[in-house]
Design a protein around this ligand. Structure first.
Ligand code: IMP
Length: 338
């Protein structure tokens, strides 16, 4: 079997996603226990214990979620669709324990200045970062305020330098891969997440660009989190994996003797509530209880990956160079059977 390097994966003729690859341990691990492994990192001025960002979706990140993730050493970007932002700035200044705020392309100056004054990260929440108006907005914000800005999304690294030149501090990588996303179906745009991340990683490396890479969309399990980081992402953005937890906005629904919460795309009809172009779906996900349990599960999985791969830090994992490309039957063999 061929062992693929990152560069081999980047030159692979087909677009690849998480289920197409796996990570191969090739050396004797020196890790004694998982607890000695560090999953710490720095992200735009914040110290993270686990490299997780909650997506700025109205069924994922409101104030309660953002605060709890901050307690857990992660980041939650408060969504711009419900009343969370008004609540957040009710007394003029941002509430304690919040790191991030998402804004639209047409966001009011007042919101941006309050966000910047409170030293929060600004996420310009658009579907396509490769747009002159998004770059202009980013340049404007960066020229007026001393603030960190996330832009998104991209599916390929070809424009990374232009995003950096516009002042972007981080970029969300992923078009078409989100679990409630219908962008690819509606538009034919998008490539597999592993290919998107690796291509952008090499663009950053080869051009020596200073920008954080966020793997956004399509992550279903702690194993996918590990794969995203091993492919070169600095941090992962999660929607569905965090949806359904106690801290997400929205009611717990009892249906068919089970508990559920709503999860929907930012471009779904439920969010837009008008006759516009729809690029997202709406669904119910099982109620999962406290988000802390989900974060701990990811942290445990990540430590275990790193122990197999003899990685003591996320930087080591980031530089992994041993991957398998899976046949369909070897992918299926990996799944538990009844
Ligand atoms: P998930 O973790 O696979 O559920 O993906 C979450 C990501 O999907 C978000 O962070 C967004 O990048 C993306 N997304 C959210 N809403 C929509 C939508 O309505 N259409 C397309 N993509 C979306």
């Amino acid at each position: 079997m061929k062992i693929y390097s990152k560069e081999d994966l980047n030159n692979y003729p087909l677009s690849l996603t998480y289920d197409d690859v796996s990570l191969i341990p090739l050396e004797i691990s020196q890790v004694k226990t998982r607890s000695e492994i560090s999953t710490k990192s720095h992200f735009l001025g914040f110290d993270l214990s686990v490299p997780i960002i909650a997506s700025p979706m109205d069924t994922v990140t409101g104030i309660e979620m953002a605060k709890e993730l901050n307690n857990l050493g992660c980041v939650g970007i408060v969504n711009r669709f419900d009343s969370s932002l008004n609540e957040l700035f009710k007394n003029g200044k941002a509430q304690e324990g919040i790191t991030a705020v998402s804004v639209s392309l047409t966001a009011e100056e007042k919101l941006i200045s309050k966000t910047a004054e409170s030293n929060l990260i600004i996420c310009i929440d658009t579907a396509n970062a490769n747009n002159a108006f998004v770059l202009k907005k980013c340049e404007e914000i960066k020229s007026k305020y001393n603030v960190k800005v996330i832009v998104g999304n991209i599916a390929h690294g070809s424009t990374l330098k232009q995003l950096v030149n516009a002042g972007a501090d981080a970029v969300r990588i992923g078009i078409g891969g989100g679990s409630v996303c219908t962008t690819s179906v509606q538009t034919g745009i998008g490539i597999g997440q592993v290919s998107s991340i690796i291509d952008t990683y090499f663009e950053k490396l080869n051009q020596k660009l200073d920008i954080k890479l966020i793997a956004d969309g399509g992550i279903k399990s702690p194993g996918d989190v590990a794969k995203a980081l091993a492919c070169g992402a600095d941090v992962v953005m999660l929607g569905r994996m965090l949806a359904g937890t106690k801290e997400t906005p929205g009611e717990v629904i009892k249906y068919n003797d089970q508990l559920w919460k709503k999860y929907r795309g930012s471009a779904s009809f439920g969010v837009k509530m008008k006759n516009e172009f729809i690029e997202g779906e709406e669904t119910l996900v099982p109620y999962k209880g406290a988000v802390k349990n989900v974060v701990n599960g990811i942290s445990d999985g990540l430590r275990s990956t790193m122990s197999y791969l003899n990685c003591n830090s996320l930087e080591d994992l980031n530089q992994l160079n041993n991957y398998a490309v899976l046949s369909t039957s070897s992918y299926l063999e990996r799944l538990p059977r009844k």
